[in-house]
Design a protein around this ligand. Structure first.
Ligand code: UDX
Length: 426
């Protein structure tokens, strides 16, 4: 098949390359000159393990091309995936400006029947809106169908997730579009859920919000466990082995971040409100998540003698999770802001993220911890697991470790003379 991917971010680029793997011919369209130039040079404009090799393979084989020319891209391709961003608007709802602008371009350049697929996470009813936008700006009516086909891949394991989805969701009322989509996904060994576009759009929000809810549940429970001196990791394990619950997304820590959970939970809250059926359970999920760095700072304050004023705090990790350079809604940045409010002196490190304008960022961990009163783990990077703790301790002013990801071995650190504080990691 010839496929057009509009929007070359995480979702668009990964989806396009996966389709190349399946033997299809892909065009990636983006208006951003910087992104297109990088991709045309075989370079990703974001960090995602394994993806650059796949890009290089399919770019060299000419299975994928990148362009800014919307007219020819739309004219030449009859299956079009919309993978543009849907950022959070001021009221928490998803901003559909980019989706609308793609719909309008499609309607202008549409030369024959097209199947238009929304892969970006979009509010319930967006497929109908896309249909309306296209129809409204068409001079002569050319037939088309709109399908909702949400993407569930995670940053950091995008390639694996896109190749091994748990399920594929296809939301359409058109027989023709449904047949085409089933053909496109025929080699994926997972269930295909066929439903209408609204249900498909809801599935994505409901899934992300449920996962966020699991995280906030375990994080709030961790606060109780902390008081009762219970190890929350044991609780997660014991609870997660119940197959009705499952072990995933029960890791207590600093709270969830990233480009999806915070935005999607808020968007679903907004959808529910607009329909007069508030989702109070999700409002609590957000509240717990926003309070988690505060809870952690309070623990730090208690351990370090009451306040953090002028204390040097080495923060390890800026990304919202390991294996990505994404800092959007990162709990780490939230914690750093709060440390500054407490008048602490912050030094930061991340193996991949290079934040412009951060004079307090150091390229190596040793430099970051020099004279530190405490070290805080904010991102679960593998390289923070087995550091040379004995040497690091000699560089620090005080041997305090705050493990915001519960990823270090408390026993080993305590045997080396560190004061270890995790998230209910007793
Ligand atoms: C998420 C969804 O998993 C994915 O299906 C969707 O398409 C996009 O949003 P992503 O944001 O890339 O993916 O990351 P994910 O691995 O889900 O983690 C989200 C956040 O939750 C991270 O900040 C992570 O550290 C945190 N998390 C995750 C926890 O705090 N505890 C857990 O047990 C799991």
């Amino acid at each position: 098949m010839k496929i057009l991917i509009v929007g070359t971010g995480y979702v668009g680029t990964t989806t396009g390359l996966i389709f190349c793997e399946m033997g299809h011919q892909v065009t990636g369209l983006d208006l951003d000159d910087r992104k297109i130039k990088a991709l045309q040079a075989g370079k990703l404009h974001f960090y995602e393990p394994g993806l650059e090799d796949l890009l290089s393979k399919h770019f060299t084989a000419q299975n994928i091309i990148f362009t800014k020319n919307a007219k020819s891209a739309i004219e030449e391709n009859d299956l079009i995936f919309i993978c543009v961003g849907t950022p959070q608007g001021e009221d928490g709802s998803a901003d559909l400006t980019y989706v609308k602008s793609v719909a309008e371009s499609i309607s202008i350049y549409m030369n024959r029947y097209k199947v238009i697929v929304t892969k970006s996470t979009v509010p319930v009813g967006t497929a109908n809106l896309v249909t309306k936008w296209i129809k409204e700006s068409q001079d002569e009516q050319i037939p088309f169908d709109v399908v909702s086909n949400p993407e569930f891949l995670r940053e950091g394991s995008a390639l694996y997730d896109a190749l091994n989805p748990d399920r594929i969701v296809i939301g359409t009322t058109s027989e023709t579009a449904s047949k085409l989509m089933r053909e496109l996904y025929q080699n994926f060994p997972c269930p295909i859920i066929e439903t209408n576009p609204k249900a498909s759009e809801m599935i994505k929000y409901a899934a992300n919000s449920f996962l966020a809810m699991k995280i906030s549940y375990i994080n709030e429970l961790a606060r109780v466990c902390d008081d009762l001196k219970i190890n929350v990791k044991d609780v997660s394990k014991g609870v997660g082995l119940d197959h009705r619950i499952g072990p995933h997304f029960l890791k207590a820590g600093m709270g969830y971040g990233g480009s999806c959970f915070p935005k999607d939970v808020n968007a679903l809250i907004q959808i529910a409100k607009e329909n007069g059926k508030p989702l109070s359970i999700l409002e609590s999920v957000v509240q717990v998540n926003e309070g988690q760095p505060r809870y952690f700072i309070d623990k730090m304050k208690r351990a370090l003698g009451g306040d953090l004023k002028n204390k040097i705090i080495a923060v390890l990790g800026l990304a919202f999770k390991a294996n990505t350079d994404d800092t959007r809604e990162s709990p780490s940045l939230n914690l750093i802001d709060r440390l500054k409010v407490e008048q602490a002196k912050v030094k930061v490190h991340d193996p991949i993220v290079k934040m412009t304008g951060r004079s307090d960022q150091f390229p190596v961990i040793e430099e970051t911890v020099v004279d530190a009163d405490a070290l805080v783990i904010c991102t679960d990077w593998d390289e923070y697991k087995n550091l040379d703790w004995e040497s690091l301790k000699l560089l620090m002013k005080q041997p305090y470790i705050f493990d915001g990801r519960n990823m270090l071995d408390k026993g080993i650190l305590e045997s080396l003379g560190f004061h270890y504080v995790g998230v209910a990691n007793h």
